[in-house]
Design a protein around this ligand. Sequence first.
Ligand SMILES: [Zn+2]
Length: 175
Amino acid sequence: MKCLTFIILLIILQACPQKFQPVKTVPMENKEAKNNPYYSRTDTSKLDIPNEEWKKILAPDLYAISREAATERAFTGKYNEFDEIGDYYCAVCGNHLFRSTSKFSSSCGWPSFFEADKKGVYYKRDTAYGMERVEVLCKRCDSHLGHVFDDGPKPTGLRYCMNSVSLEFIGDSEK
Ligand SMILES: [Zn+2]
């Protein structure tokens, strides 16, 4: 009986091989990150890459912001005035950071969100420039993303003030 089942299975496999082809799961890769071997929107394993290596891979503006905590000029970022439906990923490593439904229009000049993916970010106290702030970093690659403030809208009351350069948006229609 087992043998018969096996034979039937073989016949089915031969009759319709296309049904048993593996499903393509390779996501569309970030164009800017095509030379970045660490970039992946599916691999969530922690990265520990020294800055000397990142410097060879990342565009100068992304390196300055993500690895040296620079800030892009207000009102210049590509996602400041942007409201498409989709997800925001770390431009350095592809880690998921925000969903567009948590983005809100703030007048601060940088893309703002009221909620982050808890698995995507972590926080650090930042006292640079004589200010008391909370820095937001990528959990996978430790890149600087921006800061979080407590003057955001409901339901969280938080305002994640992010650099557009640090983000990579993928619209739902592109997935
Ligand atoms: Zn990252």
